[in-house]
Design a protein around this ligand. Structure first.
Ligand code: NDP
Length: 244
């Protein structure tokens, strides 16, 4: 195949469902040794049935100590995909402290923390590495009821740029992918209303939402040596939403 990850060790967060699960499967099929981290044990069990070579870590990314211990022991990795996130949509005037805290912890704090652990190991092992953070078109456009989600993704884009700057001298590349709506569980919960979906699709020049595979392909490209000179960038997978 076009991209091979034979022998590379990869950590994928939020790999129980949706985009993260598809990334874990694709990397495993492309020869990587994959560790899939997620929160629901049943999802990870079904993932290992689907793809027997994959190893799993079942934990909540908001639990700083548990992440430190488990990810530290599972490494080192050359490839990291920070994919896990939550999307609790609330009108700005009704944003709750718990939704804010949870979203900051998972969408932003956990990316910083997991990346620290993995990057320290990359540097100690003197291996070149690639990190892809799964952001969103929502990092670059205001969306109704997305005050917290948009803000965490915007912070994630900037975190990724600073990481790219500081980790570049260690031969570690850091990029984001920024998809439009994808009809995973997260997408279905927030975009199943046909009127709301139609209003979004009308603003997308290509006239459709993204497929899981569109996102997987871009992530694999940014993890691979085919993007060897690309770091600190955000790859839009938005059908042109941003330029419309
Ligand atoms: P899903 O909700 O379908 O899957 C998210 C996965 O992350 C689940 O396996 C979930 O586990 C896991 N996860 C969430 N919180 C934690 C946590 N605290 N600890 C460990 N695992 C956790 O989401 P998608 O696949 O749709 O989204 C993947 C990424 O893509 C996210 O970063 C999202 O923001 C981004 N994205 C999604 C879009 C969409 O429309 N779907 C559009 C643009 C970006 P569990 O279910 O057990 O909680």
């Amino acid at each position: 195949s076009y991209l091979s990850f034979r022998g590379r060790r990869a950590l994928v967060t939020g790999a129980g469902k949706g985009i993260g699960r598809a990334v874990a499967v694709a990397l495993s099929r492309a020869g990587a040794r994959v560790t899939a981290l997620s929160r629901t044990a049943a999802d990870l069990e079904s993932l290992t049935r689907e793809c027997p070579g994959i190893e799993t870590l079942c934990l909540d990314l908001a639990d700083w100590e548990a992440v430190e211990a488990a990810v530290g022991a599972a490494g080192p990795f050359e490839l990291l995909v920070n994919n896990a996130a939550v999307a609790e949509l609330q009108p700005f005037l009704e944003v709750t402290r718990s939704a804010l805290q949870r979203s900051l912890d998972v969408n932003f704090g956990a990316v910083l923390h997991v990346s620290q652990i993995v990057a320290r190991q990359m540097i100690a092992q003197q291996v070149a590495g690639a990190i892809v953070n799964v952001s969103s078109q929502a990092s670059k456009r205001a969306l109704r009821d997305h005050a917290v989600y948009c803000s965490t993704k915007s912070a994630l884009d900037m975190l990724s740029r600073v990481m790219a700057m500081e980790l570049g001298p260690h031969k570690i590349r850091v990029n984001t992918v920024n998809p439009t709506v994808v009809m995973t569980d997260m997408g279905r919960i927030n975009w199943s209303d046909p009127q709301k979906a139609a209003a979004m699709i009308n603003r997308i020049p290509l006239g459709k939402f993204a497929e899981v595979d569109d996102v997987v392909n871009s992530i694999l490209f940014l993890l691979s040596d085919k993007s060897a000179m690309t770091t600190g960038s955000s790859l839009m997978i938005d059908g042109g939403f941003l330029v419309s």
